[in-house]
Design a protein around this ligand. Structure first.
Ligand SMILES: NC(=O)c1ccc[n+]([C@@H]2O[C@H](COP(=O)([O-])OP(=O)(O)OC[C@H]3O[C@@H](n4cnc5c(N)ncnc54)[C@H](OP(=O)(O)O)[C@@H]3O)[C@@H](O)[C@H]2O)c1
Length: 136
């Protein structure tokens, strides 16, 4: 599905040219990165898997002539969140899609508590910090 032309026009007139998509190496984030690339935005794409980020960056350029900056890192770790902030500090980011995350399932008492805490660090703490940083 393409983003409608009137939506692209509205986004471009209301937001800066750079779009950040966290968790762009697969799934929803990857698809959104491609859609925003197709619509003519520049992209910052993140994920833990460097090869997938590089492949997406190449695809964005080859298919849409879109400039993109891959930033590899584990966003459940505050040092990597801060690394992202410093690597993009010179860019005007108008849209931040804070998509990186994961979910667990099954019986809570049988779960791995370290993984549960990691999920909170990524899905909640990192999202809160990034929303505070990128919001305006
Ligand atoms: N699909 C659904 O039905 C559904 C339902 C409810 C909520 N959600 C949420 O929507 C988001 C996208 O879902 P999806 O189905 O597209 O998931 P997905 O295909 O598993 O993609 C998750 C993305 O998040 C990144 N990621 C995971 N852990 C990370 C970490 N510690 N640091 C940095 N990046 C990390 C992954 O990159 P790497 O693997 O390269 O790290 C990947 O790019 C997730 O937050 C998910 O929890 C999805």
């Amino acid at each position: 599905m393409k983003i409608a032309q009137k939506t692209i026009k509205r986004l471009k007139s209301n937001y800066y040219e750079w779009v950040l998509v966290t968790g762009a190496t697969s799934g929803i984030g990857r698809e959104l990165a491609l859609k925003f690339g197709e619509a003519g935005f520049k992209l910052i794409i993140t994920g833990k898997r460097g090869k997938e980020l590089e492949a997406l960056s190449a695809q964005l350029f080859d298919e849409y002539n879109t400039e993109s900056i891959p930033v590899q890192g584990d966003l459940s770790i505050i040092e990597d969140v801060n690394k992202l902030f410093s690597e993009v500090s010179h860019l005007n980011i108008g849209i931040a899609i804070l998509n990186a995350g994961f979910g667990t399932s099954g019986k809570f008492r049988a779960s791995n508590i370290e993984q549960e805490v990691n999920m909170l660090d990524l899905n909640c703490k990192a999202v809160l910090i990034m929303a505070h940083h990128f919001g305006f």
